[in-house]
Design a protein around this ligand. Structure first.
Ligand code: AMP
Ligand code: MG
Length: 437
C-alpha cells in the first residue's frame, strides 16, 4: 500500500460509530456532549498508520516502535561486580574469626582476570569487571583491610554478594521494548545496551494545519483596526512538533469559502490529519458547516467543556485520500485545551503508541473556586511545592483568549463534569504540563 493511500481514520460511518458512545450532558445544556464521551468517540474512529521504516537508533528519539525489540543477548552478558572490592569464594568466609585471603590478580572492566581462583585466594576487582572463574561474591573495599597482597575481612562483617548476574536484567529472546513504545532516552539507551543499531518504527504522522479568520495577520504586517496576529498556527505547529509529527503549515486562510475549500482539499490530499482553528463557533456554522460536509463526514459537536465548547471532528477526502479532521475553536487557550484533551491522544494512537491514561494527581487547592456542575473545566493552575508538600492554585483570570495564563501555568486544574464549588483545602485533579505539553 502506498503511503498516501493509507488513512489513519476508519472508513465506516463516523456517525454510526459515535452514535453508541456519545453521552449528553445533563441539566440545562442537554445538547452538549461530555468530555469523556467525546474522547471515547474520537478514539473509536482512529487507527494507527500501518507503514513502517527502519531508522538508526541515534535518530529514533520520539518515534514509536512498530514491532517488539527482542533482546539478542543476555543482559548483562556475564556475571560482574556491582562494587569496587575483592572477588572471592564465599565458602572461604569465616564466621568464627577474621578471614585472610591472598590476592592473586586484578580484574578491571573490560580486562577480565583469566586465571583460576583457588581456596584462600581472591582477586582485586572493579565495578563492571567480569567475575573471575571460581569466585561467587565481592566484598566491598570499605570493609577490607589490605596489606600488600594479603587482605583481611573482619569477623562478623556482612560480606554480601554484590554480583550482577548474567541475564538478570534481560534474558536473550525476552521482549526488551514492546511494539507501541514511544522511544524516550531510556529506551534508546536500553536498545543500545543490546547492541541494536537500527529500529523499526511507524512512519511519522503527517498533520496539515491552518488557521482561519479575516482578522489574522502575520508578524511584520501592519494591524488594521480589529486585526490580530495569528498565534494559533504557531501554537499548533509547536504542539505538533513536540509530538514528533510531520507538521505541514498551510497558512492563515481568510473567511472565504473558495479559499477555505481549496485549503481543506490541499490538507486532506497531503496529510493523515487536518487541524484547523476558528470558524466553528455558532455564528460561523452556516458558512463552514456546509463546506466541511461537502468534503466528507464531519460531526459538529457542542461539548460541555470550558474553555473550548464547539469543535468539529470527522473525515474529509480529496483526491481519493482521506484525512481525519479536527476543527478546533478559535480562542487561543481553547485551542490548547482541546488539543491536549481531544487531539493529542488521538494523534498518539494514530502514531501507533500504546495508549496510556494521562497521569492525574490529586492536590489540595490553596483557595476556593466556583464551579457549576454539568461541564468539565480546565483551569490554568500553578502547582507549588514547599517542604515536600504540594498544593495548587489558579493563575487568576481564566479568559479563553489569554494565552499568558497558559504561560504562567504549569498544570491544568481539572474540575470534572459533576463537580460543584470547591473549598480551600479540597483535593482537586491536576494534570501536570510536564510530560503532557
Ligand atoms: P472564531 O471561532 O473564528 O469565531 O474565533 C474566536 C476568537 O478567536 C476570535 O476572537 C478570533 O479573533 C480568535 N482567533 C481565531 N483564530 C485565531 C488565531 N489564529 N490566532 C489568534 N486568535 C484567533
Ligand atoms: Mg473566525
Amino acid at each position: 500500500m502506498m503511503a498516501m493511500e493509507e488513512s489513519a481514520v476508519v472508513a465506516t460511518s463516523l456517525r454510526n460509530i459515535t452514535a453508541g458512545i456519545t453521552g449528553h450532558a445533563a441539566g440545562n445544556d442537554a445538547q452538549a456532549l461530555t468530555v469523556t464521551a467525546v474522547q471515547a468517540a474520537i478514539h473509536a474512529c482512529v487507527v494507527p498508520v500501518t507503514q513502517t521504516e527502519w531508522v538508526p537508533l541515534s535518530e529514533a528519539l520520539g518515534r514509536v516502535l512498530a514491532g517488539d525489540i527482542l533482546s539478542p543477548i543476555d543482559l548483562p552478558g556475564h556475571d560482574n561486580s556491582a562494587m569496587d572490592g575483592w572477588a572471592l569464594r564465599s565458602a572461604d568466609l569465616r564466621a568464627d574469626t577474621d578471614t585472610q585471603l591472598t590476592q592473586v590478580g586484578t580484574a578491571l572492566a573490560g580486562h577480565p582476570y583469566a586465571g583460576p581462583v583457588g581456596p584462600g585466594e581472591c582477586v582485586r576487582i572493579m565495578t563492571g569487571a567480569m567475575l573471575p572463574a571460581g569466585t561467587d561474591s565481592v566484598v566491598m573495599q570499605e570493609i577490607v583491610r589490605a596489606d600488600g597482597m594479603r587482605i583481611v575481612i573482619a569477623r562478623g562483617e556482612h560480606a554480601g554478594r554484590n554480583v550482577r548476574h548474567r541475564g538478570e536484567s534481560l534474558l536473550r529472546g525476552a521482549v526488551a521494548l514492546p511494539a507501541g513504545t514511544l522511544l524516550r532516552p531510556s529506551g534508546i539507551g536500553l536498545a543500545a545496551s543490546l547492541g541494536i543499531q537500527t529500529v523499526m518504527v511507524r512512519r511519522r504522522l503527517r498533520v496539515a494545519f491552518f488557521s482561519t479568520g479575516d482578522e489574522l495577520r502575520m508578524p511584520g504586517e501592519v494591524l488594521r483596526p480589529g486585526d490580530i496576529y495569528d498565534s494559533n498556527r504557531q501554537t499548533v505547529g509547536a504542539m505538533l512538533e513536540r509530538l514528533g509529527c510531520d507538521a505541514i503549515d498551510l497558512g492563515a486562510i481568510g473567511d472565504d469559502p473558495a479559499r477555505l475549500e481549496a485549503a481543506f482539499r490541499q490538507a486532506a490530499a497531503s496529510a493523515d490529519v487536518v487541524i484547523t482553528t476558528g470558524g466553528v463557533s455558532a455564528g460561523d456554522h452556516d458558512f463552514t458547516r456546509p463546506l466541511m460536509e461537502k468534503l466528507g463526514e464531519v460531526l459538529f459537536w457542542k461539548i460541555a467543556i470550558r474553555p473550548g465548547r464547539p469543535m468539529a471532528f470527522g473525515r474529509i477526502t480529496a483526491d481519493q485520500k482521506a484525512a481525519c479532521l479536527f476543527a478546533l475553536p478559535g480562542n487561543p487557550v481553547a485551542v490548547m485545551v482541546t488539543f491536549y484533551q481531544f487531539v493529542r491522544s488521538a494523534l498518539l494512537a494514530m502514531m501507533g503508541q500504546t495508549p496510556a491514561a494521562p497521569l492525574a494527581l490529586s492536590l489540595p487547592l490553596q483557595h476556593a473556586l466556583r464551579k457549576k456542575p454539568g461541564r468539565t473545566e480546565f483551569l490554568r493552575g500553578i502547582v507549588e511545592s514547599r517542604d515536600g508538600l504540594s498544593s495548587v492554585r489558579s493563575t487568576g483570570s481564566q479568559g479563553s483568549a489569554m494565552l499568558s495564563s497558559m504561560c504562567d501555568a504549569n498544570c491544568f486544574i481539572v474540575l470534572r463534569h459533576e463537580q460543584g464549588d470547591v473549598q480551600q483545602g479540597d483535593l482537586v485533579e491536576v494534570m501536570l504540563f510536564e510530560g503532557l505539553i
